[in-house]
Design a protein around this ligand. Structure first.
Ligand code: ADP
Ligand code: MG
Length: 291
């Protein structure tokens, strides 16, 4: 069988069988970041993301924006766990003819984003490659009481997203997005979400991960899904790389969040549907109905 027939998630399921874990591992493969022991009150978070030339970017794009994105993807995963990013290592594979300037600009992008989010760059690896590849591994920390996984959604929970979706590639937003650390920290500190993840593969598929992990279904109000200018519902459901947060809150906390945000406009969390008991209402976006 070819990799293309298996698909990304089919392959990850296979790889999981070859990925041993000790009893210490609190959450391994299957969430936005791994959750590991750290201290009495906090967990260590660990995530990694890779970008490749001609798959995720081309050399015609802004090197600084590519650097930003390479780090911001991982910061977004740490945010999705309710945590704060801390330390990163960066590995790059560089074609021998690439101008040095491209790499310094790439690193300028990484540096600005690292400073904005208090991330220290503490190492990496450099090799020769046919095309430019960049991989960032990032650690983070989260208070045990604030850890938010994908598997905690409960029937009746309201589903929220942190911003408009769709058309991220066409608009270039996939390179310039802001990881939602502030929104995630605000939520975990004040409203205790039951489940959370970041939207990297598109709402329909990503919500499917929460539903699968939580053994639940969902009904979406398509009209309530916030869309970027020019994006269709189809695009808002299926385009990837929005890097907004997707989270679920109990009806009670959801209502107090709605009350809070009527008065204060610091962030806006858009209610887009509810979690249901019926697992048949899951994964395929076509099976979601209005609530
Ligand atoms: P995200 O989009 O949040 O970065 P992914 O969809 O890339 O997450 O990955 C889903 C899960 O699979 C994560 O827990 C990730 O760590 C794991 N994973 C992805 N690729 C591999 C791999 N090659 N080996 C082991 N685990 C992997
Ligand atoms: Mg993620």
């Amino acid at each position: 069988m070819k990799i293309s027939q298996l698909g990304e998630f089919g392959l990850i399921d296979v790889l999981k069988k070859f990925s041993p874990v000790t009893k210490e591992v609190i959450k391994g493969i299957g969430d936005d970041a791994a959750v590991l022991p750290f201290s009495k009150t906090e967990y260590l978070l660990f995530t990694t993301d890779m970008l490749a030339q001609d798959v995720h970017f081309t050399l015609g794009m802004s090197a600084q924006a590519i650097g930003h994105k390479a780090l911001a993807c991982s910061i977004s995963d740490i945010a999705a766990m309710g945590g704060r990013p801390t330390f990163a290592v960066i590995s790059i594979g560089i074609p021998k003819d690439l101008p040095v300037r491209f790499i310094t600009e790439l690193y300028q992008g990484i540096k600005l984003t690292a400073k904005t989010f208090d991330v220290s760059i503490v190492g990496g690896d450099t090799i020769k490659a046919d095309k430019l590849v960049i991989n960032i591994a990032l650690l983070g920390q989260v208070e045990k009481k604030y850890l938010t996984l994908r598997d905690g959604a409960k029937p009746g929970d309201w589903i929220f997203v942190t911003g408009p979706l769709g058309g991220s590639f066409k608009s270039g937003r996939h390179l310039n997005f802001t990881p939602r650390v502030a929104q995630a920290r605000f939520l975990v500190e004040n409203f205790t979400p039951n489940a959370m993840m970041d939207l990297s593969d598109g709402l329909a598929g990503d919500l499917g991960h929460i539903l699968k992990e939580s053994r639940a279904g969902a009904r979406l109000d398509y009209a309530a899904i916030p869309r970027n200018k020019g994006a269709s519902l189809e695009q808002a459901l299926n385009d990837g790389e929005d890097f907004e947060l997707l989270c679920t809150l109990s009806p009670k906390t959801a209502r107090s969040l709605m009350e809070w945000q009527e008065k204060r406009k610091a962030f806006y969390f858009y209610p887009i549907g509810v979690i249901t008991k019926d697992v048949k209402e899951k994964i395929n976006s076509k099976s979601f109905t209005h609530f």
